[in-house]
Design a protein around this ligand. Structure first.
Ligand SMILES: [Ca+2]
Length: 267
């Protein structure tokens, strides 16, 4: 027992040293913009989490959804990157994409077939919906009259926001090749932006045809992060219309990168 206690003390001491090292770096100081040709304007703090859903709310706060069994949450995050509201999903559910329509926030689950809703801004649970198959990403497309839903296949489904009935589907392809692993989504100006899971690519999809019209390589952002853990990949796109900027993050990343949207699409 004595040696075990000694080992424990050593572990605690090591943890304290790590914590002190973290303090000396001052987590409140803004991170430097990484060396990149991407139009990154700001590096923002964010809460810890295995990011699966990301959207900017009408009041400028962020809606973030996280995954992991026993760890999945939906969160409202303020401008300082602090969680101001959160709700836990049941331990047997794995949280996925999130989005908002009006005063309703949605969060998908991966393989449970459940879609949770909350009312905003009071953040009270609303009625649940159900889907067939897996849930990966979600974004609201007012022009199309519903929510685009990805499920890891090349299929994007437009679903009704109240019933979650499928309105239409489109097959996503790039130069006539199907694109699998479409993950977190963002609806911007009639297009659907999608993280491609386990890559640093975000594709822009014309949902009327399923064609990928552009692919962005965000490897420079991944290079600014510790992605040595295989799951800690790029995931999370949110458009901020108050500043015409795009917010990009990843699973367990320690920052959100703000990019000038107009400049990005002009590149
Ligand atoms: Ca999003």
């Amino acid at each position: 027992m004595r040696s075990r206690a000694t080992g424990l003390n050593a572990t605690l001491l090591a943890g304290a040293i790590v914590a002190l090292a973290g303090c000396s770096a001052s987590s409140d100081e803004p991170r430097e913009v990484p060396d990149t040709d991407l139009p990154v304007t700001e590096v923002l703090s964010r809460p810890d989490g295995f990011t699966q859903g990301f959207e900017v709310l009408s009041d400028g706060q962020w809606l973030m959804g996280t995954g992991g069994y026993g760890e999945s949450q939906i969160q409202v995050v303020d401008a300082d990157g602090k969680v101001v509201e959160s709700a836990n999903l049941p331990d047997e559910e794995f949280g996925e994409g999130t989005t908002v329509i009006g005063d309703t926030a949605y969060q998908l689950t991966w393989q449970s077939g459940v879609v949770h809703t909350w009312t905003l801004p009071d953040f009270q649970p609303g009625p649940s919906q159900s889907i067939e198959g897996e849930g990966w990403g979600l974004c609201s497309d007012e022009g199309a009259g519903g929510l685009w839903l990805s499920d890891g296949t090349p299929t994007l489904s437009l679903v009704d926001a109240e019933s979650f009935d499928t309105i239409s589907q489109v097959q996503v392809s790039d130069a006539n090749q199907p694109v699998f692993n479409l993950n977190e989504l963002e609806c911007i100006d009639g297009a659907v932006w999608a993280n491609v899971w386990q890559t640093n690519d975000i594709v822009v999809i014309d949902p009327s045809t399923g064609d990928v019209t552009r692919t962005y390589d965000f490897s420079d952002l991944a290079a600014d992060q510790d992605t040595s853990e295989p799951g800690h990949v790029l995931n999370g796109i949110a458009y901020d219309d108050s500043s015409d900027s795009l917010l990009i993050t990843g699973k367990e990343w320690d920052a959100v990168y703000r990019l000038d949207y107009a400049e990005l699409i002009e590149q």
